[in-house]
Write a protein that binds this ligand. Structure first.
Ligand SMILES: C[S@@+](CC[C@H](N)C(=O)[O-])C[C@H]1O[C@@H](n2cnc3c(N)ncnc32)[C@H](O)[C@@H]1O
Length: 393
């Protein structure tokens, strides 16, 4: 078995609470790729157990600070506590969808598992999760309170390159014939393309924010930009919006917006346009269009610290355009999924947008991801999603 000894800096970093140790902070050690290794302080004291990557800058991901080596019971317990949390949250209705295992944030480094009905979709992001894949699936199926109809591995994340892993998509069990249909509260019915769709097929992290946006009672015109499968817009229509326009550039997603509007019974009030939202919003602002509720949920503008400056300009300009479009007293729901941009920074960008658009803007609520995507305290990287609910006057 391998063994790792930290530098003094690595030890201090670990004791400060962060569960990742960078390769530079490992003074000495050996391990095979993806191995579970004991982690020691420079003086030899055992600090806990971590999963090792021989490729990534993140060399060690701590799984426990206890002395006892994690065994099958340990991982069963870890999966069980994640599943129990979803049961407690009321997220396991048979037709629904949610994240079951949220990777590092939930103490299972490198493993994401989402559920669409009885279909499980997993993503493996590290050498260790790659090595433990079959074991993780076996343990998860043991604690799952329902029978999985199919298990699909969607390990086509770009971050796998950092771990020296090739992309892989593989059906591990069962059969998947076409899109999966999901039903949520309030009559929302939608299709998920688990093989080709973004992430594992849907943006589950936005589920609660969509419900919150619908609770604004959008009775007038709603503009859902960067709409993906249109779920913000369709929820708004279900909540009573007279007219919803979804803007999205991905052709397959646009088609699903049409299908989802039909399934949810609001196709008469939901329109779709396939456009580049950045350009389209500028034209609409120049044309002085007015919308009662605007959703702005773009892809991450900053994927790392180097991209922050450009991202700031993007967020300010995008939200300036959206604020110009807002009716007096209307709402803007504005999100950022850039983990490199802190909540306070995003609020600063929104304040800049309000200043340059000359619109008085009130922050009514500021949220993160749905609770099945928990933030692990001490791991700021897991706190990526910001969603501001703004009233524009
Ligand atoms: C974060 S996702 C939106 C998720 C969606 N709001 C939901 O609740 O499911 C961002 C979406 O923006 C789309 N997109 C990216 N760049 C775009 C652009 N310039 N114009 C239009 N859509 C774009 C992507 O295809 C993706 O569907």
């Amino acid at each position: 078995m391998g063994k790792m000894t930290l530098s003094g800096k690595g030890r201090r970093w670990l004791l400060n609470g962060h569960p990742w140790i960078y390769a530079d902070d490992v003074a000495d050690g050996e391990g095979t790729p993806g191995e579970l290794v004991p982690v020691h302080a420079p003086q030899g004291e055992l600090l806990g157990w971590a999963l090792f990557s021989a490729e990534s800058k993140i060399a060690l991901r701590m799984v426990t600070r206890e002395e006892q080596q994690p065994n099958r019971e340990f991982w069963l317990g870890r999966m069980q506590r994640a599943i129990q949390a979803r049961i407690n949250l009321g997220m396991l209705e048979p037709e629904g969808a949610c994240r079951l295992i949220s990777g590092d944030a939930e103490g299972v480094p490198g493993l994401i598992v989402d559920r669409y009905g009885a279909t499980l979709v997993l993503q493996i992001g590290t050498q260790a999760a790659e090595r433990m894949r079959d074991f993780f699936v076996e343990v998860l199926l043991e604690v799952l309170p329902f029978e999985a109809a199919a298990v699909l591995e969607r390990s086509d994340l770009s971050v796998r390159r950092l771990e020296g892993l090739e992309p892989r998509v593989e059906l591990l069990s069962g059969a998947i014939d076409g899109p999966i249909q999901v039903q949520e509260s309030g009559g929302l019915i939608y299709q998920v393309d688990v093989r080709e769709g973004h992430k594992t097929g849907a943006y589950l992290d936005m589920s609660e924010n969509r419900v919150r946006a619908a609770a604004l009672r959008p009775t007038g015109r709603v503009l859902d930009t960067f709409a993906y499968d249109g779920l913000f817009g369709i929820r708004a229509a279900l909540a009573g919006a007279e007219e919803v326009l979804c803007l999205e550039q991905n052709a397959a997603a646009c088609e699903r917006i049409r299908v989802n509007s039909e399934l949810s019974g609001v196709a008469d009030r939901v329109k779709v346009e396939r456009v580049d939202c950045m350009k389209d919003l500028r034209s609409r602002a120049e044309a002085k269009e007015v919308w009662d509720t605007i959703i702005v949920d773009p892809p991450a503008f900053a994927r790392n610290k180097r991209e922050k400056r450009g991202a700031e300009r993007g967020y300010v300009e995008l939200n300036r355009r959206a604020m110009l479009l807002a009716a007096k007293g209307g709402h803007l729901v504005s999100a950022s999924c850039s983990h490199a941009i802190y909540a306070s920074e995003f609020l600063g960008h929104l304040a800049s947008a309000a200043r340059v658009s000359r619109r008085d803007t009130m922050l009514e609520a500021f949220t993160g991801a749905s609770p099945d995507h928990p933030v692990r305290l001490g791991l700021p990287e897991s706190d990526y999603l910001k969603c501001a609910f703004l009233r524009v006057t």
